[in-house]
Design a protein around this ligand. Structure first.
Ligand code: ADP
Ligand code: MG
Ligand code: MG
Ligand code: MG
Ligand code: MG
Ligand code: MG
Length: 666
């Protein structure tokens, strides 16, 4: 989540009159940063991941695994440890530790769910390939440190969604009954929300702005004994404590679907995000665009969330659940009523795929931005008048069609153009699958960054490291060869939907660009295995005759995208491109061998040798002796599944049946 400013938050009704002011000031702050930082140049790559954890609490007597709501206590304890270090106690100082490569002290953060933790490396990783070997040990260390600050019956697990969040009966420790005044959910209590005032306010204001509770319907996975047609039996139709209790009587819960009605179902799920610092703004814009088409591919490949609210569903990924869980659009904005109070019909939630490319590279064609998007035109004009170019102004003007959801009265009074709080208010509540992050302030040492946001968190640190390292190596390869992954942005959105389908990684095809090498390489070698790394694309010879955009891409399986197609004209595969990049740079044998292990995971996930976490979890449930083949994930099955996730997460279980599928051919 974005910044945690402190102060007095306004309700939606109080905040609404300030929306234009916050947006105007946000643009003013952005322009101030952009003007001073647009010519920032730096050489080094810095990057870092974010891993989110569920904190689970076991009750060994009843063989139950619930969500522990002790986030605040655990974070406080972690911070206390940090103070001890700083005071020079027996634990080594942060500085001492950070000076040794690979020995950074991780940083822990709060997250939306009161049962979640987020951890990042204490300092970003550098650009040396050898640094990549510190990623997995760093992730392992985070898990160990987190665990040290929990009780004996608590444990951190890296599972994207908690299977029994929102089931009838207790699923948190301690237990609270559902149906509080903030989310007004019939399934989850408000006590699952991080009590920091920003989070309940965000939850309530999304609901108020929308005019109803958020509404998520996931197709159920029909197993042998699942009632057909399925009607979600956990929905209560007869409540009347809040006006929102009428949502289900007005058809919010769809037949054949698992119905959810609160922000916590989405923002309570865990992901793996990667942020890169580029050497300058132009490189950041290139990376933003080039990684954009990879978002859905990596979502499908990292799929890890087949269970929601106690049911196996027919989808494998969390993305659309979060999208629905923070969808603050009114009925007018969703096109259900003629526009009257609102300005636009908006096709997407604030949490959705990217809708416009931003780079000015020669490989970009205007046809790739094939989706008409609403823009805040007066604010866009201000950006253009300030000197910003059209594609970047359009990007921000699109983000700025949204209202600020949480406004602190202090931030209205204490406005400074040198800050970025008003800008971040809008920026950090536009949760797109890529984020373009300007420096926090005009004077900041931190540069222009790009965040890759679509991946699901993996059960083990080996996998989390593999996915992170794959993305880092891919960015190096993209920049080194000047690769071009552009496809029309509407196809990226279509791919995003495809990525959710059960087992999409093996059974679906995705739109992908056929010829990704810039012309000077393409002329020499279509396969790209013999290309040498080059400089920028500015040396590219005269542009070749461009054909129709539709001829530039086709449908490919993820196996083809990663591992390549047969034949001299077939797509060479991203992994072989990364390998030729590695061949072209100086890298010692040990590093090269270790990196090969990580690339091998991506290769095997893509060709089906190893299962996604989603498939593994689904199979775990379906082959459990106590599973009743009715799609329901019971207390007993959940307990064993969470224990298995803990075992694997701790790097144990090798050689046992747990390993089957995930890291061994089933
Ligand atoms: P947010 O939640 O806003 O996306 P976080 O601060 O949680 O951001 O995580 C940002 C990630 O970016 C961390 O992994 C951190 O190590 C990394 N990072 C920090 N500074 C830089 C930088 N200058 N360049 C690149 N990455 C950075
Ligand atoms: Mg987070
Ligand atoms: Mg965040
Ligand atoms: Mg974060
Ligand atoms: Mg992030
Ligand atoms: Mg969507």
């Amino acid at each position: 989540m974005g910044l945690l400013s402190l102060g007095t938050p306004l309700t939606w009704e109080e905040a609404r009159p300030y929306a234009d002011l916050v947006r105007e000031r946000g643009i003013e702050q952005l322009l101030n940063i952009w003007k001073k930082a647009k010519s920032k140049e730096r050489d080094i790559l810095l990057w870092g991941d974010e891993i989110e954890y569920l904190v689970v609490s076991y009750d060994e007597d009843s063989k139950d695994a619930r969500l522990s709501l002790r986030q605040a206590e655990i974070l406080k304890d972690l911070a206390h440890d940090e103070e001890l270090r700083k005071a020079g106690g027996c634990v080594p100082s942060l500085q001492e530790i950070n000076q040794k490569p690979g020995q950074r002290v991780p940083t822990f953060h709060a997250e939306y769910g009161r049962f979640m933790l987020e951890a990042t490396p204490g300092a970003p990783y550098g650009g040396m390939l050898r640094d990549l070997l510190t990623v997995e040990p760093d992730m392992k260390k985070r898990r160990v440190i987190a665990k040290q600050h929990m009780t004996n019956n608590e444990t951190p697990i890296t599972m994207t969604s908690f299977p029994r969040l929102g089931v009838p009966g207790p699923f948190t420790q301690p237990y609270y009954p559902p149906h509080g005044p903030i989310a007004r959910s019939i399934f989850v209590p408000d006590e699952i929300i991080n009590p920091h005032i920003r989070f309940p306010t965000l939850t309530a204001n999304i609901r108020s702005r929308r005019g109803s509770k958020v509404c998520i319907n996931l197709p159920v996975f029909y197993d042998e004994k699942t009632p057909n047609p399925f009607k979600d039996p956990t929905v209560q139709y007869d409540l009347s404590d809040y006006p929102e209790d009428g949502d289900v009587r007005n058809g919010a819960a769809k037949d054949g679907h698992v119905y959810m009605d609160a922000m916590g179902f989405g923002m309570g799920s865990c992901c793996l995000q990667i942020t890169f610092q580029a050497k300058n703004i132009s490189e950041a814009r290139t990376l933003y665009d080039q990684l954009c088409p990879l978002g859905p591919i990596m979502l499908a490949l990292s799929a890890a969330s087949p269970i929601f609210k106690g049911y196996l569903t027919d989808i494998d990924c969390r993305w659309n659940i979060i999208s629905g869980a923070v969808d603050d659009r009114t009925e007018e904005e969703r096109g259900l009523k003629p526009l009257n109070e609102n300005k636009y019909v908006i096709p997407k939630s604030r949490y959705d795929s990217v809708s416009t490319y931003i780079s000015q590279d020669p490989g970009f064609r205007p046809e790739y931005n094939d989706v008409d998007i609403h823009q805040n035109l007066p604010l866009k004009q201000q950006l253009l008048d300030g000197g910003m170019d059209e594609p970047l102004a359009k990007h921000f003007a699109h983000l700025f069609i949204r209202d600020p959801l949480v406004i602190f009265s202090e931030s209205i009074k204490n406005y400074l153009v040198e800050n970025n709080d008003n800008f971040e208010n809008i920026q950090s509540t536009n949760w797109q699958h890529m984020r373009f992050k300007p420096p926090p302030s005009a004077e900041d040492a931190i540069g222009w960054r790009v965040e890759f946001r679509s991946m699901e968190v993996q059960l083990t640190d080996f996998e989390n490291a593999a996915f992170s390292i794959f993305i880092v190596l891919l960015t190096r390869t993209i920049l080194s060869y000047g690769l071009n992954f552009y496809i029309p942005i509407s196809k990226v959105s279509e791919n995003m939907e495809t990525a959710h389908r059960r087992d999409a990684v093996l059974s679906e095809k995705f739109y992908f660009r056929k010829q990704v090498f810039p012309p000077r390489y393409a002329n020499r070698s279509g396969k790209g295995t013999s290309v040498s790394p080059g400089g920028s694309m500015s040396n590219t010879p005269k542009p070749v005759e461009l054909g129709p955009v539709e001829d530039e891409y086709c449908l490919m399986t993820i196996n083809e995208i990663m591992n390549g197609q047969p034949g001299p004209d077939g797509f060479p595969g991203l992994i072989s491109m990364i390998e030729s990049y590695l061949n072209s740079v100086n890298v010692d044998v040990e590093t090269r061998c270790e990196l090969a292990r990580y690339l091998d995971l991506i290769r095997k996930r893509s060709n089906g040798t190893w299962e996604t976490a989603a498939t593994w979890i689904r199979n775990f449930v379906r082959s459990h002796p106590e599973y009743e083949k009715d799609s329901r994930v019971s207390v007993a099955v959940n307990y064993d599944l969470i224990k298995a996730a803990e075992t694997l997460g701790n790097g144990e279980g090798k050689g046992t049946s747990l390993w089957k599928g995930l890291f061994e051919k089933r």
